[in-house]
Design a protein around this ligand. Structure first.
Ligand SMILES: Cc1cc2nc3c(=O)[nH]c(=O)nc-3n(C[C@H](O)[C@H](O)[C@H](O)COP(=O)(O)OP(=O)(O)OC[C@H]3O[C@@H](n4cnc5c(N)ncnc54)[C@H](O)[C@@H]3O)c2cc1C
Length: 378
């Protein structure tokens, strides 16, 4: 077996495993819970397809930003159930109404992982809506998309910048009927850490049937994580006191490659979407209570697509540099905390409670409220 030496050089996109004609590359989970390619040297014929498709080796150049917009859905329901302004939902609607397919990320039915799925009807958009702060499994999404593109249908792919770059390299050619949307990406935690947290929650609250990482009960900027259990009971944790979110936002739980992301400089997407953090300073009159999206258009195809969807949105042109003032992770990676590696060692050795106490410093009054909430719900 040949495995990777420097883990920061692999985003785990699995394009190499998907393209291998010998099927001799497996994506294998490491002790942190991230997946990496492992090559069966006996079956490998050295065709080189895997290295040709790797976005870390082959993505070059800098993406352009043609135009940017502040945008939000005209529907309050869509805004409230989306992470930022809900623009993704309208992009998806447009493609489905055109007879096309949308590929995005949903939670698995048992809530233990996030994975890409293809949908072709409006009802299923809700499955893909909302950010899931876990690295998503790509499964066979690249080849499924290729099949749909070859059949002449329009495809909208929405995912992390590294997955968009991987898809483009996998396809090898520019399909006119493919729209790629990525987002400004903080980075992704491992599915292993998520499962440990989910078990911790379920040991107290019972089986989870749905989770929202961006619940807007207390507002868009003041979001939290909301769990619903199999008795229909809800448990809400503001992001300031939710340990999983704190580990994510404080950068402990990210994949090694996220601290040196190559896809941020070289975006192959047509459009990038994001939370429009700091919108009040840039567009004080834009009503943003339930969330506002930033839409950055990179290509003519992306611009034409955005124009075709714009009527379902409240949209205003904005200067890209000003819009990005409060969103530096657009083109820079977050800093790796010096305790990051010891954190993932501890994931394997400490209970979630001990992990939380060691790495998440929560202010005292928030902690008291959290404990009272836990006791009340026991
Ligand atoms: C892991 C992650 C980190 C992010 N970091 C930032 C950030 O630092 N700054 C910022 O401004 N915005 C960030 N975003 C993007 C932001 O949260 C919103 O997704 C974006 O603003 C679009 O919001 P929306 O309301 O239009 O649509 P939503 O309905 O909220 O967006 C849903 C889309 O996100 C995709 N998606 C959800 N989870 C994942 C996942 N795990 N992997 C791949 N695709 C996924 C779905 O496929 C769907 O297409 C991040 C999103 C994710 C998933």
């Amino acid at each position: 077996m040949i495995t990777l030496e420097d883990k920061s050089n692999c985003s785990g996109c699995s394009a190499c495993a998907s393209i291998c004609p010998q099927k001799c590359i497996d994506m294998v989970q490491d002790s942190e819970g991230f997946f990496y390619p492992s090559v069966n040297a006996e079956k490998c014929v050295n065709c080189g397809l895997c290295t040709n498709v790797c976005p870390f080796i082959n993505a070059h150049g800098e993406s352009e930003s043609v135009m940017s917009f502040a945008a939000k859905s005209k529907s309050k329901d869509v805004r409230l159930s989306s992470s930022s302004g809900g623009v993704f939902t309208h992009f998806a609607e447009s493609v489905i109404n055109n007879g096309g397919i949308v590929a995005g990320v949903e939670m698995s039915a048992d809530m233990t992982c996030a994975k890409y799925a293809l949908i072709d009807d409006l009802e299923n958009i809700a499955r893909l809506r909302g950010s899931k702060y876990i690295q998503a499994e790509t499964l066979s999404v690249y080849s499924e998309i290729k099949t749909v593109l070859e059949a002449g249908k329009q495809v909208l792919f929405c995912g992390t910048p590294c997955h968009v770059n991987a898809l483009k390299l996998f396809l090898k050619k520019d399909y006119e009927n493919l729209i790629c949307i990525d987002f400004i990406c903080h980075g992704v935690p491992s599915v292993k850490l998520w499962k440990i947290y989910l078990q911790h929650i379920e040991s107290r609250f019972g089986k989870t049937v749905s989770v929202s990482f961006r619940c807007k009960k207390q507002g868009w900027t003041n979001y939290g994580v909301n769990f619903v259990n199999n008795r229909g009971k809800q448990r809400y944790f503001p992001k300031q006191t939710d340990p999983y979110m704190q580990l994510f936002l404080k950068n402990y739980s990210l994949r090694p490659s996220c601290y040196e992301c190559k896809a941020k400089k070289t975006r192959y997407s047509d459009i990038t979407i994001a939370d429009f953090w700091g919108i009040r300073n840039v567009l004080p009159d834009f009503e943003e209570e339930d969330g506002a999206s930033l839409v950055i258009v990179h290509t003519k195809k992306g611009g034409d697509f955005y124009e075709s969807v714009k009527s379902s949105l409240v949209s205003q042109t904005v200067d890209t540099n000003l819009a990005l003032k409060k969103n530096s992770v657009y083109d820079t990676s977050v800093k790796k905390p010096k305790e990051r590696d010891s954190f993932y060692c501890d994931v394997n050795n400490l209970s979630f409670d001990k992990l939380r106490k060691k790495y998440v410093k929560i202010n005292l009054s928030s902690e008291v409220k959290r404990r009272i909430r836990l006791l009340l719900h026991k």
